[in-house]
Design a protein. Structure first.
Length: 493
């Protein structure tokens, strides 16, 4: 207790058994006992977090999402050297702290010091904010006529607390605003365990109270294996197993080394950087205990090529696209999920599945994009109306000489809105014999027949040359609207 000051006295009542105390006197007596307890806490205990009986470590700071932190519930001893008091504060449930609150005034890369402090409130004011963007936990009832409670106040500051400040430092956080946000590597655990002060207790009593000292038994690297691209990074953590059965990241005295720095390097904080492709062993060491991780450095993706680069598809039909990646070592290979993402610029016209299959939805155009992170390539897709299927009912006549007229009668042979005297726009007629073919001449729209069927008149081409014989039966094919129909025609020369 060298250098400690002592409080001279506390006011209390002199009362006897059976004496009835009014509210004011009872509060005075209750406050006396509270102040005595706080003074004894100040003398007996160091400030810091208080472990549970199960060995859990409460008041841990973790990233939640974006700029929001979560502080796990627990208790701490806050030591006020100005007033010679030790406050027991308790956070009854997990609480959150948003570092983007303007009161904190944090910019990207700033250090924020997360602390637990003490606040006393009357029951009537319970739940009031802590000010400065901080957060108050559920209070523990102390005593008094106004039902005073003690609260844990979680707060953040750009200034590190001094040794005499009545605060318990929980973590040092590197602040990043949205959308980057705060992640695990941005949080440095600065918690100190509170407990009995060694200078006022005999070692024999300490041994009986605290048991055998906790020692590091073994370590393991997490993750134990993984992949990292050249030029990219992978965070490793050394996890310690201790003699009391607990496991936690080793926070100090950790050394990292790479079995092949030409393939991958590792920083003092365990951050692996890929240099060249191939396997490498990373070793983490603490207090004479070592563990390794097997890391494979892979080539980085440089570009993507989507094929085909243009495609047509009918409404309701599909067409498949493929994506090929080119890597930093000049190798190429197919890309697919979950690494590759597909998207459509106009899903109302064409959709794209995770496997690269495009489905036509409505007539129009859409751009299909394949992406891996910021690396992309595109394909243009045109969606056309569904194909019309022509139907040939009969020919009139079924035989005809070269240069003669033949009427083709059926359905979906031509555009029904055109006049009968105009050409059958969009309709083509061809005579085929094996690999040889002759286009029929001048497809012309004729009036529909008595049954309402369409009529297309064509001029039969000359049959000169082999293999077109004078009585040759050949195939007549009519094409319209993306579909086609065939029948037999015979030259009758």
């Amino acid at each position: 207790m060298a250098g400690e000051k002592r409080i001279k006295s506390f006011e209390r009542l002199n009362y006897f058994d059976g004496l009835f105390l009014d509210a004011a006197k009872f509060k005075l007596e209750a406050d006396y006992h509270v102040e005595i307890r706080r003074y004894l806490n100040f003398l007996l205990f160091n400030a810091g977090i208080l472990y549970t009986t199960m060995g859990e470590e409460p008041l841990e700071v973790k990233p939640q999402s974006g700029t929001v932190l979560t502080i796990a519930k627990g208790s701490a001893m806050v030591r006020d050297q100005t007033h010679f008091k030790g406050f027991e504060v308790y956070l009854a449930s997990d609480t959150t702290l948003d570092l983007s609150t303007p009161d904190f005034g944090l910019a990207d890369g700033d250090k924020a010091y997360i602390t637990a402090g003490w606040e006393g409130k009357a029951e009537s004011s319970a739940g009031a904010g802590a000010g400065g963007g901080g957060s108050s936990g559920s209070g523990v009832l102390v005593t008094g006529n106004d039902l005073t409670r003690e609260y844990a106040v979680i707060n953040a500051s750009k200034t590190a607390p001094g040794p005499s400040d009545p605060l318990v430092l929980l973590a040092e956080v590197t602040y990043h605003p949205a959308p980057t946000g705060i992640s695990d590597p941005d949080i440095a655990d600065k918690r100190v365990r509170g407990g009995l002060r060694y200078e006022i207790l005999s070692q024999d009593l300490l041994d009986k109270l605290s048991g055998a000292p906790v020692t590091l038994v073994s370590v393991a690297v997490s993750p134990a294996s993984g992949n990292v691209e050249t030029g990219k990074t992978l965070q490793l953590t050394l996890i310690g197993s201790y003699s009391d059965g607990s496991t936690q990241p080793v926070s100090s005295g950790v050394a990292w080394s790479s079995g092949n720095p030409g393939r991958a390097t590792v920083s003092a904080a365990g951050l692996v950087t890929g240099v060249a492709t191939g396997p490498v062993t990373i070793t983490g060491t603490a207090n004479g205990k070592s563990a390794t991780a097997s890391i494979t450095v892979t080539a980085a993706l440089v570009s993507i090529n989507v094929s085909p680069s243009t495609a047509d598809v009918e409404v309701g039909k599909t067409v498949a696209l493929a994506a090929t990646g080119t890597y930093s070592d000049t190798s190429t290979g197919p890309l697919g999920p979950p690494q590759l993402n597909w998207s459509s610029s106009n899903p109302a016209v064409a959709t794209i599945s995770g496997g690269g299959v495009v489905t036509g939805v409505s007539v129009g155009s859409a751009t299909i994009t394949a992406s891996v992170g910021a690396i992309t390539d595109t394909a243009s897709v045109t969606v056309k109306p569904p194909a019309v299927q022509p139907v040939i009912s009969f020919l009139n006549p079924t035989k005809q000489a070269s240069g003669g007229f033949v009427d083709i009668v059926g359905q979906n042979l031509r555009n029904p809105s055109i006049l009968p005297t105009q050409p059958a726009v969009g309709t083509t007629v061809t005579l085929r014999k094996g690999v040889n073919q002759k286009p029929a001449l001048n497809p012309t729209a004729r009036p529909n027949d008595a049954s309402g069927r369409q009529v297309v008149r064509v001029t039969i081409p000359n049959r000169t040359g082999t293999p077109w014989g004078s009585t040759e039966a050949v195939t007549l094919q009519l094409s319209f609207g993306g579909g086609n129909a065939t029948t037999t025609f015979t030259y009758d020369d």
